[in-house]
Design a binder for this molecule. Structure first.
Ligand code: ZN
Length: 268
């Protein structure tokens, strides 16, 4: 068990309600880098090309010290070109990934901010409910705990995050850089009886749709996606060379849809 942060040597703490130990020093470089990595990660702002080692480089060069600096990276273009391993193509790709991330729907931003106890799923619940970041920022504790899936700990954590001046400044800056702060419901799907309230498991490799997209569509149609087959599974969607989940579905007598059948049900 670590007692002190390996980077800044502050004594590590754990809150009663949480499992993880963490460094409480707001200025800790390790923490700051972690925040930036989290913000850019796939489930958050999904900035392609802004992975762990690049972020460490950019942090060490003082180009990106906090998440808002990501959107100001243009001003270091020349310096970046002079860094080892950073060609024009790599920098152009990075710049366009950063630009694209400004159009993300609100849930990615909420998750990316790294509010304690707010995971990707909770971020989505909040984005759908509040529609804009401004609405969420002014939400009261009473209102938050009344949303299903939001409990006391999460509600307090949200209130706490948005009452912090530094965090408010970060959000103001992100807005100035043109980062979208509204919920974009980009699903053209309406809930359907065949999906509503049902639990789906995907197995095998799907050919005409990615697994992420399939999961997203199932959710917009009112269903849930689970990773393991049990008696509670409603349907197993099967792609090429399915494994043990398929066998288990057969054994349990769970309805099985082939990929074509699944695509058909989505569209019709
Ligand atoms: Zn530290």
């Amino acid at each position: 068990m670590l007692e002190y942060c390996p980077i800044c040597h502050t004594k590590i703490v754990r809150k009663d309600t949480e499992a993880d130990y963490y460094c409480p020093n707001e200025m800790c470089p390790a923490r700051k880098i972690e925040n930036i990595i989290h913000f850019a990660s796939r489930e958050a702002m999904n900035i392609d090309g802004l992975g762990e080692s690049i972020i460490e480089d950019l942090y060490n060069e003082n180009f990106i010290i906090n998440i808002t600096d990501i959107y100001d990276i243009d001003k270091y273009e020349e310096e970046l070109m002079n860094l080892e391993g950073y060609g024009k193509k790599k920098i152009d790709n990075l710049k366009s990934a950063i630009k694209n991330s400004k159009n993300n729907s609100l849930e990615r931003l909420i998750f990316g901010l790294g509010i304690r106890n707010v995971g990707a799923k909770t971020a989505k619940v909040l984005a759908k409910y509040y529609k804009t970041l401004d609405n969420l920022m002014t939400a009261s504790y009473e209102e938050l705990v009344n949303i299903s899936d939001i409990g006391d700990i999460i509600a307090k954590s949200i209130i706490n995050y948005f009452s912090n001046v530094d965090n408010k400044n970060i959000i103001t800056k992100l807005k100035q850089f043109g980062v979208n702060t509204t919920y974009i419901n980009n699903s053209q799907y309406e809930e359907k009886d065949e999906f509503k309230g049902k639990t789906f498991v995907l197995t095998g490799s799907l050919v005409n749709i990615t697994r992420d997209k399939a999961s997203e569509i199932i959710e917009s149609l009112g269903g849930k996606v689970s990773s393991s087959v049990s008696s509670k599974t409603s349907v197993v969607v099967v792609g090429d060379s399915p494994g043990s989940k398929y066998d288990k579905a057969l054994a349990l007598g769970i309805p099985i849809w082939q990929e074509d059948e699944f695509l058909d049900k989505i569209e019709n």
